[in-house]
Design a protein around this ligand. Structure first.
Ligand code: UD1
Length: 432
């Protein structure tokens, strides 16, 4: 397995181009299953999760073409998806096990073909993550759902039926899945207590470009008037707010200055406010956010994760690392996932001062210094928190299990190197 080695202590300065959002791209790819015409996605990030989703769609029967492309002078990928005839309606265990977001095929396949067999994803490193909200909502729309041998067997007799659904909890995944099912359902579906994450807005926007009738985009009530078919489109994936937030912290933690090109400030209001409250200077241009912490003395700040527009759980670990370099104490409260402090024991090995209380909160106290160590994390965002700690630690930090990072951070070493980090990837066969 590859490792990343970092020598800490560099002040990062320069520009980083923010890629297309993984969490938008994954449901957008699955939305292509809703039509027999071609859906072309531009500004796609080059990530292992995208490759995994493409493999899943190919085995369902989707024809995929890949093109090199440029967005604002930066190399990206464009993919076109066409599902004329379906080969399989099964999302097997091996795909879902590797990538939970495989469950986004459920809504589209059920809506267009009236059937889907999906392996149940099960729990993961950050929590139990059940699918009850997805399933009960689809049942309300007329789907018959059975769970056998670790699989969800979902079937619908004719088109799904529009109905009024009040989600019992705010779920990004359930909102996307049910939205994709509702666009081809018969009649009107109203989704209340829907998640409002920008990636859902991007999905709804693309579905409307394909001929869907969705109103209330960006609010917690989505009204969908079902149509009998959708057509193809060309859609540009929105910028990744979590990647942008992660590099904003890289600037702050090294007391550097980074311009996040293509980042969208309206998707990051809470994290940017936290940075400002801590003492970081934030400014915006037409197409970028400038994070300037040069010469700043940062102070601690309490944060609590919440559904959008609240503070994102996917930036909790990174901000927790930042708090270690601020004066005073900060309380970090996690309300979305029940097991999302797995980075803490690794940070403690680097000299951090953190007390975790139960599963929900941690008190983080600023320390004079962190020291480099070999570390590893159990999930994507936690791994980035260890990279951040490594950027300011004295000496060398080796982050193991880099495959987590490859799921969600495109060209990570290249981007950090371009702003002055001393970082290198050690390939599996080069050492061990
Ligand atoms: C998505 C994101 C993930 C992010 C999370 C919260 C993708 C691919 N992943 O994950 O990066 O951290 O949103 O912003 O976009 N829940 C249930 N029953 C359900 C569904 C969810 O109890 O049927 C619970 C979950 O266990 C969790 C909470 O609801 O505690 C929020 O989960 P959800 O918003 O669904 O997260 P994901 O869509 O899995």
């Amino acid at each position: 397995m590859d490792k990343i080695k970092i020598r800490g202590g560099k002040v990062l300065e320069g520009k980083i181009f923010i890629s297309g959002a993984k969490n938008a791209a994954l449901p957008l790819i699955c939305a292509s299953l809703l039509t027999d015409e071609t859906v072309t996605l531009t500004n796609m990030p080059m990530l292992s999760d995208i490759k995994a989703m493409n493999l899943l769609l190919e085995q369902l029967g989707t024809q995929i073409n890949e093109f090199d492309d440029f967005v604002d002078g930066h190399a990206t990928k464009t993919y076109s998806y066409r599902t004329r005839t379906i080969k399989s309606l099964v999302a097997p265990y091996d795909y879902v096990r590797k990538m939970r977001a495989s469950y986004y095929v459920l809504g589209p396949l059920l809506a267009r073909y009236g059937k889907c067999e999906l392996s149940l994803p099960g729990g993961c490193a950050i929590g139990a993550r059940p699918m009850d909200i997805h399933l009960s909502s689809l049942e309300k729309m007329g789907a018959k759902i059975e769970i056998r041998n670790g699989y969800i067997f979902a079937e619908s007799d004719g088109r799904l039926k529009g109905c009024h659904i009040i989600f019992p909890g705010v779920s990004v995944g359930a909102t996307c899945n049910v939205l994709m099912a509702a666009v081809l359902a018969e009649g009107r579906t109203v989704l209340e207590n829907a998640a409002k994450e920008p990636e859902i807005g991007d999905l709804a926007k693309m579905l409307n470009e394909m001929g869907a009738k969705i109103e209330g985009i960006g609010t917690s009530v989505l009204t969908i008037d079902g149509v009998s078919s959708l057509h193809g489109t060309v859609h540009k994936v929105i910028a990744d707010r979590i990647e942008a937030g992660s590099y904003a912290v890289a600037a702050a933690i090294t007391r550097g200055k980074i311009e996040l090109v293509n980042a969208r400030p309206e998707t990051l209001r809470q994290p940017l406010q936290v940075l400002k409250d801590m003492g970081v200077r934030i400014s915006e241009t037409d197409n970028s956010i400038i994070v300037d912490a040069k010469g700043c003395r940062l102070v601690g700040k309490d944060i609590m994760t919440e559904p959008f527009p609240g503070f994102p759980t996917d930036l909790q670990a990174q901000f927790l690392a930042l708090m270690l370099t601020a004066e005073g104490a900060s309380m970090v409260t996690e309300t979305i996932f029940e097991n999302r402090f797995m980075h803490v024991p690794e940070l403690l090995r680097m000299g951090a001062n953190i007390n975790v209380h139960g599963h929900a909160s941690a008190i983080v106290r600023g320390v004079k210094k962190l020291s480099g160590a070999p570390v590893m994390a159990t999930d994507l965002r936690a791994s980035f928190a260890l990279i951040l700690a490594g950027l300011v630690a004295e000496g060398e930090t080796t982050v193991n299990r880099v495959y987590h990072l490859d799921r969600g951070y495109e060209k990570l070493e290249e981007k950090l190197k371009s702003v002055g980090a001393d970082i290198v990837r050690i390939k599996n066969d080069e050492e061990d």
